[in-house]
Write a protein that binds this ligand. Structure first.
Ligand code: GLA
Length: 397
């Protein structure tokens, strides 16, 4: 829990001249392994991090919604009766909230006008799912205000459809929203993105640390390249189905052995995209097993193999992420390291010995600075719980 709620309540009082009545929070995430395979029906293995978005609300005094962002020191008002895209905000941040409201309306869930304050410390454009945290937090808050419960799976799907909608426009998989809802303290989750079943994988902070290193690069290219990778996977699946005569729905339904047999018809680029997806799926399965045995050396090797595959076959890394990866190979206390999230910038994650985690973070940042003349920020995070909500003056979290 990283946002100071007492301070946020004070800001709310100052801004809206009354105390808030409801609160919600939702974390960002770091994905340990299983990259770019959620939208291919694969397994992913993310953990919620100790950076989050928090929102507080009270009924609106008029017919409008009043949003205020502490991060941007900026307000935004709108009428929710007839939500339409012409109400999109130039500053970007309100659109995630409007997208969620729109999705609730589409499901017949009406939210009365509210005054809402928002604060977050999930770094944006860093591949740590700040947008999913906003979407999940908004959905959790709005439902709490009308005392309406949705099963976690539906909440995550609703937040994902907000991200897909024209308000935001990224055709993301389900991973980010799902872990923001379901995160579990001291555990990552292995999620089967086909049926949304999941199982906890222990990440005991006394035994292993998660070190996040920013590449110093934002992800401007991300949206178009992400959607392009999705369509390349669809093309690869069509061609594999043609050459095998099978009609599989997802790339991950091809085993590595089957892929070797049927890949001949695929042009080089599509073959490499599919090879990443199919090999990554196998790595997640193995990662869960070795983590459950506490074999962090083996887990680290899998992270490294995942990075190489994302760099060479899926081509979503960048020189800065590769630099962090290379540096980490020679740092004591690192079990393994790889880029995390969509790529093209953003962050890398390393599994490290807890006694050396802070030194590991410092040494990677120092070596990176020597080579690239910029010092990346780093953080060491435990695996945290997912979203929650509360009524002020009763059960504050
Ligand atoms: C982004 C998307 C996720 C997932 C990752 C890559 O974070 O939102 O759904 O596809 O990229 O693994």
């Amino acid at each position: 829990m990283s946002i100071d709620l007492g301070h946020l309540e004070d800001c709310f009082q100052q801004k809206f001249h009354q105390p808030p009545r409801w609160g919600a929070r939702a974390p960002g995430r770091v994905n340990l392994i299983g990259e770019h395979i959620d939208y291919n029906g694969g397994f992913v293995l993310p953990a919620a991090i100790n950076r989050e978005v928090a929102m507080l609300a009270s009924p609106s005094p008029d017919h409008e919604f009043h949003l205020y962002s502490v991060n941007y020191s900026e307000g935004f008002r709108f009428s929710s009766g007839d939500l339409n895209l012409s109400q999109r905000s130039q500053s970007g941040w309100p659109n995630y909230v409007l997208a969620v409201l729109d999705q609730l309306h589409k499901r017949g869930i009406r939210i009365p006008p509210l005054q809402v304050i928002i604060e977050g410390d999930v770094p944006s454009a860093a591949g740590l799912s700040s947008s999913a945290a906003v979407e999940v937090c908004a959905a959790t808050l709005f439902l709490a205000c009308i005392e309406h419960e949705l099963p976690g799976e539906q909440l995550a799907l609703l937040a994902q459809s907000a991200e897909h909608s024209p308000w935001v426009g990224v055709q993301c998989g389900i991973m980010d929203q799902f872990i923001s809802v379901h995160g579990l303290e001291g555990h990552a989750l292995k999620i089967d993105c086909r049926d949304l079943s999941y199982s906890p994988v222990q990440v005991d902070p006394r035994l292993v640390s998660l070190v996040v290193i920013h590449s110093t690069v934002g992800r401007e290219l991300m949206k178009s390249a992400y959607n392009q990778r999705r369509s390349e996977c669809e093309q690869a699946l069509t061609l594999l189905n043609q050459s095998s005569g099978l009609s599989r729905n997802y790339l991950v339904q091809y085993s590595p052995e089957e892929f070797e047999i049927y890949r001949q018809n695929l042009p080089g680029l599509l073959s490499r995209r599919a090879r990443h997806v199919i090999s990554e799926q196998a790595r997640v399965v193995e990662f869960e097993q070795v983590m459950n045995r506490g074999d962090f050396q083996a887990a680290g090797q899998l992270l490294q193999a995942s990075h190489a595959s994302l760099r060479d076959d899926y081509e979503v890394s960048c020189p800065e992420l590769d630099c962090i990866y290379e540096i980490s190979l020679n740092i004591d206390g690192v079990y393994g390291c790889r880029m995390t999230g969509a790529g093209f910038g953003g962050c890398a994650v390393a599994l490290a010995d807890p006694e050396q985690a802070e030194t590991v973070a410092d040494r990677i940042a120092g070596e990176f600075e020597k080579i690239r003349k910029m010092r990346p920020w780093t953080m060491v995070t435990p695996a945290c719980r997912g979203a929650c909500h509360w009524k002020i003056d009763s059960n504050s979290p």
